[in-house]
Design a protein around this ligand. Structure first.
Ligand code: TMP
Length: 185
């Protein structure tokens, strides 16, 4: 069962980086694997047609995508989430390189006010996770870079977190091109 709540999503992706890789190295030429002195927070405008461009806080305020107070509390939550995830992954031999997270606003009936909630998944699809010893990628970069063994890597993360179901028998799907199906009335 899942309890679903409708949230008004901020049109912003919040990215936290602990180690330089991906678009940060491409954009600014920071050497791959540079450990950042402190977590780096970036904002991207959620607009697929524009490839979710990097924006500054001033863009957010100028265009009313969130208020200064909202960004202040979201930044605080994001850095706290980073702290928790860093420790959780470190304990199972994984470096949390970076991740993306989104937030929304929901109506709180008790306080009769809108409140900010985390409204996103946290998974190897939205984080970069490297093995502490080998730097092996255990995240979606296996797919993005065509490295293969994506499912095995995700299962490895789940196994180390002790959340892999014993019976789980997930394999990459091999399927033929889907064909149109006629539905009888
Ligand atoms: P980047 O280096 O490509 O900017 O990605 C930074 C982090 O954000 C990385 O953990 C992957 C994640 N991410 C998403 O989850 N969705 C996206 O659309 C993008 C661009 C990045």
């Amino acid at each position: 069962e899942q309890l679903i709540r409708k949230a008004e999503i901020f049109p912003i992706e919040f990215i936290v980086r602990n180690i330089a890789t991906g678009s940060l190295t491409k954009r600014l030429g920071i050497p791959e694997g540079t450990v950042l002195e402190k977590p780096l927070l970036e904002y991207c405008y959620k607009k697929d047609e524009l490839n979710d461009p990097l924006i500054s806080r001033e863009h957010i305020f100028s265009f009313g995508w969130a208020s200064e107070n909202e960004i202040k509390s979201i930044d605080k939550m994001t850095l706290r989430i980073n702290d928790i995830l860093l420790g959780m992954f470190r304990a199972i031999g994984i470096k949390l390189v970076d991740f993306k997270i989104e937030y929304g606003k929901i109506w709180n009936k008790d306080t009769e006010k809108k409140e900010i909630v985390l409204a996103d998944e946290i998974s190897p699809d939205t984080c970069r996770l490297w093995d502490v010893n080998s730097d092996k990628k255990l995240d979606k970069d296996r797919f993005r870079k065509g490295l293969g063994n994506l499912i095995e890597a995700y299962q490895e993360v789940a196994r180390r977190l002790d959340i892999l179901h014993e019976q789980s028998n997930i394999r990459p799907l091999k399927y033929t091109k889907p064909q149109a199906v006629k539905i009888k009335k």
